[in-house]
Ligand binder design. Structure first.
Ligand code: FAD
Length: 238
C-alpha cells in the first residue's frame, strides 16, 4: 500500500463550521470525480498497528485540474480527537493519504442525474458537478438536492441553478421538505440517483426511492461493491 505524505497549502473557511483543507498534489497521485481517500494525521502509523483514531474516510472535493486535493469537513465545537487535532493544523503541516478510489464516477447514459446529499456530503458531489460543467456529454440534466439544518449552505457559487448548463440546485433546511422533494424527483422513473450521507440517511432515501418505483440499479452509493447489497436489497413494500 502506498502512503502519500503531503502538505496543507491552504485552509478555506467555507462556513463557520466547515473547512476545506487544500493539499499539495503528490506527483503520481491522481483520482476520479467522486473519489474518497483515507485521510490520516501524523503518528497514525507510528505504532505496530495503524491508529484508527487518526484516520478517517474523506471525499476529495476537488478535480485534478484544480491542482490541489480538497478535503472538506465539518468541525463542531464538540468533536472527536481526530477533528480536534485537524482544527489545530496549519498551512505547511503534513497529512497522509492512502487507498483512494471512486465508487461514484459520473454515469453518462443519456439520463437525468439526481445528486441527493445531506450537509457536508455535498463535498462528494462538487467534483461531479464540475466534471459535468466541463463536459456534459450523454447527461440530459443534473439536479442537486441538499439538506442542511445549519442553513449555512456549502459551495453556493457552484451549486447555483444554471438553465444554460441544464443544471438545477436546491437547498432545504429540514428533512420533511427534503423527502417531499425526493418524492417529486422520483417521478422521473428513468433517472440516476446518487446519494451521499450517513448510513441512516442512505437507508431512508433508498426506502423512499424504492417506494416510488426506482430500481436498485438506478441508485448509486459511495459504498464498496461488496457492501452495496446490504443497502440495495432492502425489502420495500411497493
Ligand atoms: C466513503 C466516505 C466518505 C466520507 N467523506 C467525508 C467527507 O468528505 N467529509 C466529512 O466530513 N466526512 C466524510 N466521511 C465521514 C468521516 O469519515 C467521519 O466519519 C465524519 O467526518 C465524522 O468524523 P468524526 O468521527 O471525527 O466525528 P466528529 O465529526 O467530530 O463528530 C461526529 C458527531 O459526534 C459529536 N461528537 C464527537 N465527539 C464528541 C464528544 N467528545 N463530545 C460530544 N459530542 C461529540 C459531534 O458533535 C458530531 O455531531 C466519509 C465517510 C465515508 C465512509
Amino acid at each position: 500500500m502506498q502512503i502519500y505524505w503531503t502538505k496543507i497549502n491552504k485552509i478555506i473557511e467555507e462556513t463557520p463550521e466547515v473547512k476545506t483543507y487544500m493539499l499539495d498534489c503528490p506527483q503520481d497521485f491522481t483520482w476520479e470525480e467522486g473519489a474518497h481517500t483515507h485521510f490520516a494525521l501524523e503518528g497514525f502509523n507510528a505504532g505496530e498497528k495503524p491508529n484508527r483514531g487518526l484516520i478517517r474516510h474523506m471525499s476529495i472535493s476537488t478535480l485534478p485540474n484544480e491542482e490541489s486535493i480538497g478535503i472538506t469537513t465539518r468541525i463542531k465545537e464538540q468533536c472527536s480527537e481526530f477533528k480536534a487535532i485537524l482544527r489545530g493544523l496549519k498551512v505547511g503541516d503534513q497529512v497522509a493519504l492512502f487507498k483512494t478510489r471512486s465508487n461514484v464516477p459520473l454515469k453518462r447514459e443519456d439520463k437525468n442525474v439526481y445528486l441527493l446529499s445531506s450537509g457536508v456530503g455535498l463535498a462528494t458531489f462538487r467534483p461531479l458537478v464540475l466534471e459535468y460543467f466541463e463536459r456534459a456529454d450523454n447527461i440530459n440534466h443534473m439536479h442537486s438536492l441538499n439538506v442542511d439544518s445549519s442553513k449555512d449552505y456549502l459551495f453556493t457559487t457552484i451549486f447555483e441553478s444554471a438553465p444554460d448548463k441544464n443544471f438545477t440546485s436546491q437547498f432545504v433546511d429540514n428533512r420533511k421538505d427534503y423527502y417531499e422533494e425526493v418524492k417529486n424527483l422520483a417521478t422521473d422513473k428513468d433517472g440516476h440517483f446518487y446519494i451521499v450521507g450517513s448510513d441512516e440517511f442512505l437507508v431512508q432515501n433508498i426506502e423512499v426511492l424504492r417506494e416510488q418505483g426506482i430500481k436498485p440499479e438506478q441508485i448509486m452509493l459511495d459504498k464498496h461493491e461488496q457492501t452495496l447489497p446490504d443497502f440495495l436489497s432492502l425489502e420495500v413494500s411497493i
